[in-house]
Ligand binder design. Structure first.
Ligand code: CMC
Length: 440
């Protein structure tokens, strides 16, 4: 469906009360094709002299978008109209990346061209490799990612002109194609192992696993179960509407910064534990709980208002029902653990039991707290051999498809305005300057 096919405009009225005046305002209401309509407040300051106030943006739509739709009450996540469950079942990551970027699933021929384009860009400039040597070996791989992805702007001058659609396209292909190479190199560097070059005959996830885990001293054998599970994790993390990192990419892009700089900004935002780091916290919590007979104790702690403990991997700002991504991941966890043997099995069984008990508990039922995407992803990634420090890097790798799509959507809008929020000022008014020798 075209972006605004059902979208339209109506009006609504709003009454503002403050002590000094009462005001009745007619404000346009813009219709959405799905989800809540929005009140258009763009003229509010001009017409009434008020700003709106919404720290954390819980009630603010920052843009029009036709890419991803979430209905948190029903637990629905759609990309371009296709449910995440359908895509995870029937598609692969590159197809989803194509869908996010171009709006439709590719035909055979379009897919072949896309694969070829991505394959052409998987290598990085040899000079870029020197950047890695500038980092300490114990650097967090996300620190390396922020630096190296930002540095791409210094290498690919032929794709920096954001006003040229062809250059935007090449930059997008480069980012999606190079991200696995850059991420695997960050890991290899921190391990003190040689970098592994991409192999273009391999699938996207398979190629990444090989660049991560192969060493020159041995032959590397791909494992299709793991490649498929990782590809699915990439699909589940590819885009999620206007979250913090995506909004960061859009805000950076609104100043007409180049795409590599914008994606580096997105990576920086994702790095925070409130955004990309929760699956690590889930693992730590499960290890702390240790055995099924202690689950009750931790659920009681989560219920206790005097205890700051929260059940990690439970609850979501938007989903007040099952996070559809968590359900898909639970299945993937079964497949990966069957393949990798028993080492992670006890942790997984602990997680299953914790989920069961929490979902039967009144506290969690009343507050609509369900497992989120992070509840199972850490267990799967650890079972595959990824160190915890790489979890957020994998998230960044997958989310690049979404960031690039959202950035392209924004730049293609007919009218470009720099993002420039206002504030409620709560500091001093004008005051006299006091010379230093008179201050006391
Ligand atoms: N354990 C115990 N109580 C909880 C939890 C939890 N995990 N999450 C929310 N609550 C309670 C909270 O105490 C509050 O109770 P009351 O109404 O009695 O004060 C109520 O549920 C509503 O919580 P909230 O903090 O107002 O909800 P929020 O939308 O601001 O927070 C959240 C969402 C994800 C930050 C929160 O659920 C949380 O801290 N979860 C654990 C951390 C986690 O798993 N984060 C990953 C999120 S998914 C990331 C992604 O989509 O990319």
């Amino acid at each position: 469906m075209a972006k605004h096919e059902q979208a339209g405009q109506g009006t609504g009225s709003i009454t503002l009360n403050d002590n000094s005046r009462q005001l009745q305002l007619e404000l346009p209401v813009l219709k959405a094709t799905q989800g809540p309509d929005v009140i258009d407040v763009r003229g509010l300051y001009r017409d009434a002299g008020y700003f709106t106030y919404d720290p954390g943006f819980t009630s603010t739509a920052s843009c029009d978008s036709a890419i991803t739709f979430i209905d948190g009450e029903k637990g629905i996540l759609l990309h371009r109209g296709y449910s995440i469950e359908t895509l995870a079942e029937n598609s692969d990551f590159l197809e989803v990346a194509y869908l996010l970027l171009f709006g439709e699933l590719p035909t055979e021929q379009q897919r072949a061209v896309f694969d070829e384009e991505i394959a052409t860009h998987t290598m990085v400039d040899e000079q870029l490799i020197r950047f890695y040597n500038g980092f300490r070996r114990d650097a967090h791989p996300m620190a390396i990612m922020v630096g190296v992805v930002g540095a791409l702007s210094a290498f690919y001058h032929d794709s920096l002109d954001i006003h040229d659609p062809d250059q935007r396209h090449i930059a997008s292909m480069r980012l999606i194609a190079k991200m696995p190479t850059i991420a695997a190199m960050a890991y290899k560097y921190t391990r003190g192992q040689p970098f592994v070059y991409p192999r273009n005959e391999l699938g996207y996830a398979e190629n990444f696993l090989r660049m991560m885990f192969s060493v020159p001293a041995e032959d590397y054998r791909s494992n299709p179960v793991l490649s498929q599970a990782l590809d699915r994790i990439f699909i589940l993390h590819a885009d999620h509407e206007q979250n913090a990192s995506t909004s960061t990419v859009r805000l950076a892009g609104s100043s007409q910064a180049n795409p590599f700089a914008c994606i580096a900004a997105g990576i920086a935002s994702l790095w925070g534990p409130a955004h990309g780091g929760a699956n690590e916290a889930v693992l730590k919590m499960l290890m702390e709980i240790g055995s099924k007979d202690r689950i009750g104790e931790y659920i009681a702690r989560a219920r206790d208002k005097n205890d700051p403990f929260r059940l990690m991997g439970f609850g979501h700002r938007v989903y007040k029902n099952h996070d559809p991504r968590a359900r898909v991941l639970r299945e993937s966890a079964h497949a990966v653990l069957r393949e990798m043997g028993s080492e992670e099995q006890p942790l997984f069984e602990l997680a299953l039991e914790l989920e069961r008990m929490a979902l039967e508990d009144d506290y969690f039922i009343e507050r609509k707290l369900f497992p989120n995407v992070d509840f199972y992803s850490g267990i799967i990634l650890r079972a595959m051999g990824f160190p915890v420090s790489m979890f957020t890097v994998l998230f960044a790798l997958a989310r690049t498809a979404g960031w690039v799509s959202q950035w392209n959507e924004m730049i293609s809008e007919p009218v470009q305005r720099i993002g420039r929020p206002r504030q409620r000022y709560i500091g001093y008014g004008p005051r006299e300057f006091i010379p230093r020798d008179k201050r006391g």
